[in-house]
Design a protein around this ligand. Structure first.
Ligand code: ZN
Length: 348
């Protein structure tokens, strides 16, 4: 069997030889949310997860507090940095994360249950359909369809976790999908999109009056974002292009004919701040030397170093996980969590 790292090396070598600066658009000097030019740098960082080359900046608007990647990745840049994350080399790892998300899935189900009984649900940004597989148990008679950009959505249909897959950009499906769903969900989706307003417009367009829109996002106002700085996982550079304060989102929904009917902040907290910060640090100290986008060749010394660093780090990760669990019990009683969840109803 061919080595998956070696098989990918020529592609990455060729791309990197052309430089990564071309993956960034020119920097914009106004806030994409409100248009203000009162911008300041919130965070400068690198790709701490995959360790692909490049530098990324998040700027914050002084008027509406929106945080956004500036300069933003081009479509070619998005293609380069998403490659081998949700598919290929990264697929097993992200599926493990999705498999371990039952608590969040249950929270979403419980929130919707209080307001409606869905008959047809569209999950935008569904990935491999893990959430839909979970939610079906609550509403076995409902139809669950999924939409995503990658092959994962077709895989979700093949596995039977969704009924039907739509592969492509949500905004291009609005005519086809109009009035076919009574619930649309976007879980950790909007922050990845280039134009979140267009995505909300599309949701408003396809939902009928009385239809519900469920949104879950990392909370940029979380205290943890300040405490952990660039080691806070939800900054998730370079994938997160927009970090949206909850007040901005509810206003954008009101502008589009929605009423927000439920909000959860602390209760939606996903925990594991310490665990992930430590994991990112271990990756920084000793990344997998085989990764095909690393410019230095893999050596035995680097492999040994990785083995030793992770052997030493594993017990620390276990301790961090325990501390996170304790911390989460407290945080879930506050508004300071790392995630918020919101349900909105389309007005008549
Ligand atoms: Zn703004």
């Amino acid at each position: 069997m061919s080595n998956p790292y070696e098989a990918r090396r020529p592609y990455y070598r060729a791309e990197l030889a052309k430089g990564v600066e071309r993956f960034l658009e020119p920097r914009r000097d106004t806030c994409p949310w409100c248009g203000s030019s009162e911008l300041s740098i919130r965070l400068q960082t690198t790709d701490l997860i995959q360790r692909k080359p490049g530098r990324f900046t998040l700027e914050q608007c002084g008027v509406c507090q929106h945080i956004f990647q500036n300069p933003r990745l081009t479509p070619a840049g998005l293609d380069f940095y998403y490659r081998d994350f949700y598919e290929g080399l990264g697929q097993n790892l992200v599926e493990q994360a999705f498999d371990a998300s039952d608590r969040a899935y249950q929270g979403r189900v419980d929130m919707v249950k209080r307001f409606t009984t869905p008959s047809a649900w569209l999950d935008v940004g569904t990935g491999y359909g893990h959430f839909c597989r979970f939610a079906r148990r609550a509403w076995p008679g409902a139809r669950f369809d999924g939409l995503d950009l990658g092959f994962s959505v077709e895989e979700a249909q093949r596995r039977g976790w969704i009924d039907r897959s739509y592969r492509g950009e949500f905004v291009t499906f609005t005519d086809e999908l109009a009035n076919r769903y009574d619930v649309v969900s976007m879980h950790h989706y909007l922050e990845h999109t280039r134009e979140p307003f267009d995505e909300l417009d599309a949701a408003a367009k396809i939902l009928p009056s009385g239809g519900h829109l469920l949104i879950e996002l990392p909370d940029p106002q979380s205290l943890f974002g300040h405490l952990f700085g660039r080691w806070w996982l939800p900054w998730f550079q370079p994938q997160h292009l927009h970090m949206i304060p909850i007040g901005n989102l509810t206003q954008a929904l009101t502008d589009r004919g929605f009423s927000t009917v439920a909000i959860e902040r602390g209760a939606a907290h996903q925990g594991a701040e310490l665990f992930f910060a430590l994991a990112l640090a271990l990756i920084a100290i000793a990344p997998n030397p085989q990764l095909p986008w690393l410019t230095d060749p893999p050596t035995r010394v680097k492999q040994l170093r990785r083995t030793l660093v992770w052997a030493a780090g594993r017990p620390l990760l276990a301790i961090a996980y325990l501390l996170d669990t304790l911390l989460s019990h407290i945080v879930r009683r506050t508004h300071g969590g790392n995630t918020y969840r919101l349900l909105a109803c389309k007005n008549g």
